[in-house]
Each structure stands twice: as structure tokens, then as C-alpha cells.
Design a protein around this ligand. Structure first.
Ligand SMILES: Nc1ncnc2c1ncn2[C@@H]1O[C@H](COP(=O)(O)OP(=O)(O)OP(=O)(O)O)[C@@H](O)[C@H]1O
Ligand SMILES: [Mg+2]
Length: 280
């Protein structure tokens, strides 16, 4: 017998956004990509998975009353904590500075499984904004998702950290598919050059080939939008970075899901990953 939630649920594309180095633009990419997809008529939910230090709510001036901690503690369900963001994107807020959430234990992962299974909202995309670094939580959400987008800036330290993240996800968790997005690029040539360097290293040392998702230009309007606590696409839809977000959104909305999955599949992936389970 299917539950009401299972009947309603259709395939959801889950995309984890990670970076290695902090501050390279994950949260802004998630917020703007969510809006770009929404504008294409998709139902989009954002999971703030930066569980120790959340900020998508600050970025979008949301001030949510509840967060994922209330779900993990059993007080509330996902539906209770979901908040409405710009143009109808849905956001599952994290909580700031709660130390115990920086590494979810198995019980908490099971709790998430239950909650996502029971969630009966109509969704096309679930975007996951992960924390900086290569913690178990970051690995957990990357492995769970169908697509992993690795963001780097052109800075050598960011490229090195992006490579380190890819290496860990490949060597420890056998992940082989990564889509590279170069943020803060001064030109499309620079974006591609960063991708080229990263992909040469991945081919040579890991024997995996990376996909190029594209670049987002360094755009002064991005900083203006951040200061105004609004998403760039919302208030400066014609800026150069906004146009690139629209392009990237199109790439995702057009692509057929490689893996057909549901939210349950998303969390099911997490729990069946033995190598990760052994780590916790
Ligand atoms: N394309 C861009 N053009 C100009 N500035 C940008 C761009 N992308 C990001 N920034 C700037 O970089 C800052 C950091 O971005 P963001 O908070 O999205 O990074 P993050 O990777 O989520 O950081 P953290 O690792 O701390 O979660 C933003 O506040 C913004 O000022
Ligand atoms: Mg962030």
C-alpha cells in the first residue's frame, strides 16, 4: 500500500552544491539557481545543510521561526518548518551555531529518512546548500544527491580545495560524477581554464573525467544584492551573473534525470552507503 505522500510524489532531482573552500559562493548559487528553476516553472526546495552555521535565511531575509533541529528532535515535521522564499521557492532552514548538528549521527539520518518519506509536497528539484570543508555531513549530503556540483573560484586555494573534495568523495565514497561551476570568473575563458586545470588533475591522478557546468561572472551587483538581503536574480535580473544563472538553470531543467528517484531515494542512498555508515 502506498502512503498518500508516496502516491503524490514524483521524481525529484536532488543536487548537492559543495566547494571545499568556504566563501566561494555556494549559498548565493543555490538561492539564484533555485529562482532560475522556479522561473522555468519548476517546484524547488532548498535544504540548508550548513547545519552548524546556516545563512540562506539571512541571505534572503527570512527569519524563520523553526528549523531542521526541530525536525530532528521530533517536535515538528518538514512541512512545519518549510518557509516560503522569493517567488515561491521553498526553504528548509538550518539552525545557526548548534554544535551537535555539525555531524549528524545515524539516528538523526534515520529521522531525516522518515521525514522526507512522509513529505508529500510537489517537488521537481531539491537543492542542497552544504557547509564549507570536507566534513562527514558534507560527504553525507553529496552522496545522497543525484548530482554533485562543485563550486570553485579561480583562486588557486579554492581550486586545490575543490580537488581535495573530489578526491575524498571518489576515494572514500566511490563518487565519479562531478559537475564543475566556476564562480567569480572574470571571463568565460578564465572559467573554462579553471575547469581545464581541475579536470587535468582529476584525469591524471584519479582517472575520472569532470563535467563543465559553466561559470558565473564576478558581478558587482551580486554584492549589492547580498547587502540588500535579496537574491540577485530577483532584484537585478539583467545583470551579467543573473543571465548566467538563467543559463545554468536551463541546463538543469532540460537534463533528463540520470537516476530516477524520489526524496525517499535520496535519503535511501544515504543510509545504504556502508562506507559512510562505518564512518559514523
Ligand atoms: N559571482 C559573484 N560576484 C561577486 N561577488 C560574489 C559572487 N559570488 C559570491 N560573491 C560574494 O561572495 C560572498 C560569499 O558568498 P556565499 O556566502 O554564497 O559563499 P559560500 O560558499 O556559501 O560561503 P560559506 O562557505 O561561508 O557558506 C558573497 O557575500 C558575495 O559578496
Ligand atoms: Mg554558504
Amino acid at each position: 500500500m502506498l502512503s498518500e505522500g508516496q502516491k503524490k510524489r514524483k521524481n525529484v532531482k536532488t543536487i548537492a552544491i559543495a566547494s571545499g573552500k568556504g566563501g566561494v559562493g555556494k549559498t548565493n548559487v543555490v538561492a539564484n539557481l533555485a529562482i532560475a528553476l522556479r522561473r522555468l516553472g519548476k517546484n524547488v526546495m532548498v535544504l540548508d545543510a550548513d547545519l552548524g552555521l546556516s545563512n540562506i535565511d539571512v541571505l534572503l531575509q527570512l527569519a524563520p521561526k523553526y528549523n531542521i533541529q526541530h525536525v530532528l528532535s521530533g517536535e515538528l515535521t518538514l512541512k512545519d518548518i518549510v518557509v516560503e522564499g522569493p517567488i515561491g521557492i521553498k526553504i528548509l532552514p538550518a539552525s545557526s551555531g548548534i554544535q551537535e548538528l555539525t555531524s549528524l549521527d545515524e539516528f538523526q539520518r534515520l529521522k531525516l529518512l522518515e521525514e522526507f518519506d512522509a513529505y508529500d509536497g510537489d517537488l521537481d528539484f531539491l537543492l542542497i546548500d552544504t557547509a564549507a570543508g570536507i566534513s562527514e555531513n558534507v560527504a553525507f549530503f553529496c552522496i545522497a544527491a543525484q548530482d554533485i556540483v562543485v563550486i570553485t573560484s579561480p583562486e588557486p586555494t579554492a581550486i586545490t580545495d575543490a580537488y581535495a573534495l573530489i578526491k575524498v568523495l571518489f576515494t572514500r565514497y566511490q563518487e565519479k560524477e562531478f559537475r564543475i561551476l566556476v564562480n567569480l570568473a572574470r571571463s568565460s575563458e578564465e572559467g573554462f581554464e579553471v575547469f581545464r586545470r581541475l579536470s587535468i588533475a582529476a584525469e591524471k591522478f584519479l582517472n575520472i573525467s569532470l563535467d563543465y557546468l559553466g561559470h558565473i561572472p564576478l558581478d558587482e551587483y551580486m554584492q549589492k544584492a547580498v547587502r540588500a538581503q535579496r537574491a540577485l536574480l530577483e532584484i537585478y535580473p539583467n545583470s551579467i551573473a543573473s543571465r548566467q544563472f538563467a543559463e545554468i538553470g536551463l541546463k538543469f531543467s532540460d537534463s533528463k534525470s540520470k537516476v530516477k528517484g524520489t526524496l525517499q531515494f535520496f535519503i535511501g542512498n544515504l543510509l545504504s552507503n556502508n562506507s559512510l555508515r562505518q564512518q559514523v
